[in-house]
Design a protein around this ligand. Structure first.
Ligand code: MSP
Length: 649
């Protein structure tokens, strides 16, 4: 640890299943973890922020098989491929210090050693597994744990399973786990403790099946070929192998273990608050200091999915609204410990109200007035007014403490609410002091300067405390305040900004979004692609001899002119250059598919030795080739360098 540091701080996100692209719900926890990591760094902690991917398991093996590739190729695509997990975290400005993939060699070898150790100490033993298995969740359940005969986590069908397997003596640790949950702050929020104790511990903790033989995409049990380690053992130990536990790749275990906090979604609290501490107890290892089970982002009260009219793709949302706005929205709109209803409307509204109106306006009005009345710098001569300034100054200088109190509880929403109280107060302060009135009298200039200084200084403190949530915006605001200091130690001190503060103008930080237009655009983007109707292939024709084929003269033609045929909805009249001196006229039934003007100049193919015939009173000398299937028709076109009159052979 560095001498100046306040201490070490180790924080983790769950490692993601790369079985499909991540949605905004997955982004939620990582953004929260990033905000916490940045906040701790600001405070002066030596932070280690770990994230990664959990790449083994039957679901991935099955999906890879379906895609016709190896499981490793499948996960590589989603993790390191374009638009994959790594790209997403880069886009979202996630400042992780380490990224672990459970397929990394050092992790695989460490898991083998860990499994063996628990086998050797008697906490893992061989038996027969009879029970229920939920494939999508990769979870084993006993009959009594099922809800209406279905998986208690996801509500889907479970399968009977029976096989030789290894078991972990989870039951042995039941009392210690119950004590840990009930009598310490290991698991938060508190409401999750009752859920765990009542639903899982009190009904009786059974030993846990920790190996599988029915698929092979996992960490092999090295002393018993055919068995792979249960994916949750493999996954949970990532928090330690990524620091160097049972491997030589890293050497940070002493510094950072036990973790300060694991942030996890509510449906995986069971794994982190029962199985994880029990396995650590089995190996006599220190337990993490805290597990925080956050709520879910829901769509219309249900699970997140693409099909519900709202765009949930973080790439699209970040592109349209900006990364900082999206990060801010996630932590401002939902209490971290409970579920929240996500909607595009709420997102736009939050951006408009908090960012465009309150914060954006405060920054642009303050900077614009400072520049308009004083140019680049405020004058040194300023006049305070204790009575009028007292409330704003007290709120701004007391903000850091209030914010810190909330951040320490992971109450991001409340921490942001504290900042926005001060922002609102500052906007009110502008109206109360009406700088535009003060500016009218030369005598009031020192007072005007002080009013603007107070505003700039309030903006500085707010921007500083917004840094963990909106790092780029905070840096931009600091720039507009002439390179203001946003360091933690200055954020509870009103008056750090130089009295002659310089300002730099810039465009609106968050332009207002037209709700109706934007919702319409998002809805349009979310429309499912039109279904491809599988129409039957046409009946095959009888065989012909080559000399019959040879009799068909197919010639390259250029469209000289093209027009609709009067009274016909189907026909277009083509005047064509067929390489001869004389223009050729052909009528073709393509009016439904092409506008005449878009065909002029195109290079097509015509059958040129067909007997001429009359259609709608006009002569047609040949036939244009087109490709037809179902409702589609495409004229056969060639590149323009193919000369008119060339023959198809
Ligand atoms: N691989 C396991 C974690 C292993 S940790 C040792 C896993 N992966 S996951 O990809 O399915 O989920 C990762 C995280 O995303 C979980 O914490 C989960 O709760 C979270 N979320 C997935 N959908 C979510 C929402 N709609 N809202 C909030 N978080 C949600 O579980």
């Amino acid at each position: 640890m560095c001498e100046k540091c306040k201490g070490n701080f180790y924080i983790t996100t769950p490692i993601y299943y790369p079985s499909a692209k991540l949605h905004i719900g997955h982004t939620y926890c990582t953004v929260a973890t990033d905000a916490m990591a940045r906040y701790k760094r600001m405070q002066g902690y030596n932070v280690k922020f770990l994230t990664g991917t959990d790449e083994h398991g039957q679901k991935i093996e099955d999906k890879a098989k379906e895609a016709g590739i190896t499981p490793k190729q499948f996960v590589d695509n989603i993790v390191t491929g374009e638009g994959g997990v790594l790209d997403l975290w880069k886009l979202m400005n996630i400042s992780y210090d380490r990224f672990i993939r459970t397929t990394d060699d050092y992790h695989v070898e460490a898991i083998q050693k860990i499994f063996k150790k628990m086998y050797e100490n008697g906490d893992i033993y061989k038996g027969t597994y009879k029970g229920k298995y939920c494939k999508p969740c990769e979870s084993f359940w006993t009959e009594s744990q099922l809800v209406d005969g279905k998986c208690p986590d996801c509500g889907r069908e479970v399968q009977d399973a029976e096989e030789e397997a290894y078991f972990f003596r989870l039951s042995k640790y039941a009392d210690r786990i119950q004590d840990l949950l009930e009598n310490t702050d290991y698991l938060e929020p508190r409401s999750r403790v009752n859920e765990m104790v009542n639903n899982f511990i009190k009904p009786g903790l059974e030993d846990l099946c920790v190996s599988r033989t029915s698929f092979s995409w996992g960490v092999p049990v090295d002393f018993d070929p055919g068995h792979v380690v249960y994916v949750w053992i493999d996954a949970l130990f990532n928090y330690m192998t990524a620091l160097g536990f049972q491997n030589d790749k890293y050497h940070d275990l002493e510094e950072f273990w036990p973790a300060d906090v694991h942030f996890v979604g509510k449906e995986i609290v069971r794994f982190h608050s029962i199985i994880w501490p029990a396995m650590l107890m089995s190996l006599d290892l220190p337990l993490p200091k805290k597990v925080y089970g956050h709520g879910w982002l829901l769509l219309d009260g249900g699970k997140m999915s693409k099909s519900k009219g709202n765009v949930v793709d973080p790439y699209i949302l970040a592109e349209r609204f900006g990364v900082d706005a999206l990060r801010f929205f996630l932590l401002r709109s939902f209490p971290f410990g409970s579920d929240g209803n996500f909607s595009n409307e709420l997102l736009i509204n939050t951006i408009n109200v908090d960012l465009a109106n309150d914060l954006g306006n405060l920054v642009s009005r303050t900077v614009a007035m400072a520049q308009k009345y004083f140019g680049e710098h405020l004058p040194a001569q300023q006049q305070a007014d204790e009575e009028k300034d007292a409330e704003l100054l007290a709120m701004a200088s007391g903000l850091r403490d209030k914010y810190e109190e909330q951040m320490e509880k992971f109450a991001f929403q409340n921490a942001l609410a504290e900042i926005f109280k001060v922002i609102s107060r500052a906007n009110k302060y502008i109206d109360e002091n009406a700088p535009w009135v003060l500016a009218k009298s030369e005598e009031q200039k020192p007072r005007l300067a002080r009013v603007l200084y107070n505003l700039l200084e309030t903006v500085r403190i707010c921007a500083g405390l917004l840094t963990p949530f909106m790092p780029d915006t905070a840096a931009e605001i600091a720039k507009r305040l002439g390179g203001a200091d946003l360091s933690w130690d200055t954020l509870n001190q009103f008056g750090t900004l130089s009295a002659e503060a310089a300002t730099v103008a810039g465009p609106a930080l968050f332009p207002r979004i037209d709700m109706e237009k934007e919702l319409a655009a998002l809805e349009e983007m979310n429309k499912p692609a039109p279904e491809v109707v599988e129409d039957p292939l046409p009946e095959p024709l009888p065989e012909i001899a080559f000399d019959q084929f040879e009799k068909v003269e197919m010639t390259v033609v250029k469209v000289l002119a093209c027009e609709n045929v009067k009274k016909s909805e189907k026909l277009l009249k083509f005047t064509l250059d067929d390489g001869s001196k004389e223009p050729r006229q052909i009528l073709s039934g393509v009016a439904k598919y092409y506008k005449p003007e878009e065909l002029v100049g195109k290079t097509l193919i015509a059958v040129t030795n067909l007997a001429p015939r009359k259609m709608m009173g006009q002569l047609s000398c040949g036939m244009l080739l087109s490709a037809e299937r179902g409702d589609e028709l495409h004229l056969v076109m060639l590149p323009d360098y193919v000369r008119a009159g060339s023959r198809l052979v």
